[in-house]
Design a protein around this ligand. Structure first.
Ligand SMILES: [Zn+2]
Ligand SMILES: [Zn+2]
Length: 82
């Protein structure tokens, strides 16, 4: 019997879809989408921080690039599977 993530429907032991609300941050073990590690890990500029706080559209810069850097940092650290 397998358990499935109620949010992104990944199977137990698999990685969540990136930024699934159930994914835990490998740095602080908190909820990945709401923790503030992104700011310190990526050393965001005030403008970038504002973009992250407002989170208007992650398909356009600067959010797209910030997210790309964040995913890279997460992969390097080792993401936490469900
Ligand atoms: Zn998930
Ligand atoms: Zn964190």
């Amino acid at each position: 019997m397998t358990t499935i993530c109620p949010d992104c429907q990944c199977n137990q032991g698999e990685l969540h879809e990136i930024f699934c609300t159930k994914e835990r941050c490998p740095l602080c073990l908190g909820q990945l989408v709401s923790c503030s590690c992104i700011s310190s890990v990526l050393d965001l500029t005030p403008e970038e921080q504002t973009a992250v706080d407002e989170y208007i559209d992650d398909q356009v810069e600067p959010l797209e690039g910030i997210n790309r850097r964040w995913v890279k940092a997460l992969n390097k650290k080792g993401r936490i599977p469900f």
